[in-house]
Design a protein around this ligand. Structure first.
Ligand SMILES: Nc1nc2c(ncn2[C@@H]2O[C@H](COP(=O)(O)OP(=O)(O)O)[C@@H](O)[C@H]2O)c(=O)[nH]1
Ligand SMILES: Nc1ncnc2c1ncn2[C@@H]1O[C@H](COP(=O)(O)OP(=O)(O)O)[C@@H](O)[C@H]1O
Length: 401
């Protein structure tokens, strides 16, 4: 963690910290490169709202960045430590077990991309999710190839394991489609404004309509402890590949263009004009799917059941693992008083308050080498365990108890 320059600390002490001269409350400062990130905010009685200000050291200016992702809700205090100079780990004091570890991305690939689009400083929040670090699954392929059918089969067989990322779209609902379940159906002007406000992980114009994955859509699934499935086009897959959301990318091919046309027509959901447009676009999508280098796996959906079995196999669901339905990950029970430090790729949270010294375990270790993904949404794979600093010694942190 970088040290805050002396004048910033002085300013903070005098409450001239970019939050306004009347700002009170608890803040942390973390310096990365030329910038000092001041995280915290005003105290309202005993709670603290979590805001971000940046002090640009070369120019001496305070910057209010665009903040992407859902910010943490109020807490009783904060500790911060920088990780790999691209994100800051925040430990919230006095929060619930599933809400105490957060990441503020300040220079990740996603944030750098957003800075270019927005033309100003951008930071992105991501909540730490403990437990299984299975990657989200991105499924792409031409219209009518069977993506929706395969995803429905997966969700039906493994309801507690997978959650669907509900996209936004400007296209009209089909007769069986429900708002908020299949898509969030929206107006173009509203969606364009939300895209401008940085609410989307990715978006694309497909077959003449706007489609996009909101950051919230991915957050909702991860918070439920489920593995996120995204049904998005090749352009969207390319954007996700460039984001911090580490995913598995699967492209579904039809056995032939004739069969694709048959499926599209027999589905009976599109007008003739729409069918022709989708078939024209299918050729380009197939070329990109096969040659873009985005996709980790290409599956042929000829016989539906065989294709489904192949999909399950590459997701590791064909054997005993398939029988194990996963439960939601547990959180971390932290006391209000603690201090945070970094040692190699481990974060040590010292809970050594007088009362807790009597408890058998007073150090909590977060192994950050297992982290997956990141903003926007959730950072999965927090590996957390407790040790006793007195009997295990600090050297014991390599040995989870
Ligand atoms: N980029 C992007 N594409 C999406 C999203 N949601 C759906 N799509 C893609 O938009 C295309 C059209 O979807 P839809 O209108 O539901 O038609 P269908 O593919 O024929 O069922 C498909 O290629 C979807 O994968 C999204 O959030 N982002
Ligand atoms: N392997 C398959 N063989 C025959 N029909 C299929 C197969 N897979 C899907 N279908 C049918 O093709 C149509 C299009 O499938 P759908 O899942 O809606 O495609 P997508 O979501 O890729 O647009 C649906 O009527 C579906 O029942």
């Amino acid at each position: 963690m970088g040290e805050a320059p002396a004048f910033v600390v002085d300013n903070l002490l005098q409450n001239q910290d970019g939050f306004g001269s009347k700002s009170k409350g608890c803040k942390t400062t973390t310096t990365i490169g030329d910038k000092t990130f001041v995280i915290g905010g005003e105290n309202d009685e005993s709670t603290l709202s979590v805001e971000v200000q940046i002090f640009d050291n070369p120019t001496g200016n305070w910057v209010t960045p665009i903040v992407l992702g859902t910010k943490p809700n109020t807490c009783k205090g904060l500790s911060a430590v920088s990780l790999n100079d691209d994100r800051i780990l925040i430990v919230k004091k006095g929060s619930t077990p599933d809400d105490c570890i957060w990441f503020l991305e300040v220079d990740t690939q996603f944030v750098r991309g957003q800075k270019k689009i927005q033309g100003t400083d951008v930071v992105a929040w991501s909540k730490g999710a403990r437990g299984y670090a299975e990657k989200p699954v991105v499924i792409s392929g031409p219209s009518g190839v069977g993506k929706g059918t395969l995803i429905s089969m997966l969700m039906k067989e493994f309801p507690s394991m997978f959650g669907f990322s509900v996209s936004h779209t400007t296209r009209a609902p089909r007769c069986m489609e429900k708002d908020g379940v299949h898509y969030h159906f929206t107006e173009r002007s509203i969606m364009e404004k939300e895209i401008k406000d940085g609410k989307f992980l990715e978006y694309a114009s497909v077959h003449g309509n706007l489609y996009g994955t909101s950051i919230e859509a991915v957050e909702v699934v991860t918070d439920a402890g489920k593995r996120c499935i995204l049904d998005i086009d090749v352009q969207g897959a390319r954007s996700v590949k460039a984001s911090s959301l580490e995913a598995i990318f699967i492209f579904i091919c039809p056995p032939s263009m004739e069969e694709l046309e048959t499926r599209l027509r027999s589905r009976g959901t599109e007008t003739e004009e729409q069918i022709l447009k989708r078939l024209r676009n299918a050729k380009t999508e197939m070329e990109q799917g096969n040659s873009s280098g985005i996709f980790d796996h290409i599956l042929y959906n000829d016989n539906l059941n065989e294709c489904y079995e192949s999909l399950k196999k590459l997701l590791g669901l064909d054997g005993a693992a398939a029988a194990t339905q996963r439960s939601a990950p547990q959180g971390i029970d932290l006391p209000t008083d603690h201090s945070v430090s970094k040692m190699d790729n481990k974060i040590i949270i010292n809970c050594g308050t007088p009362e807790l010294k009597k408890a058998s375990k007073n150090l909590i270790v977060l192994d950050v080498s297992s982290l997956k993904g990141g903003a926007p949404g959730r950072t999965r794979g927090l590996d957390v365990y407790a040790i006793d600093s007195f009997s295990d010694g600090l050297n014991g942190i390599n040995q989870p108890s």
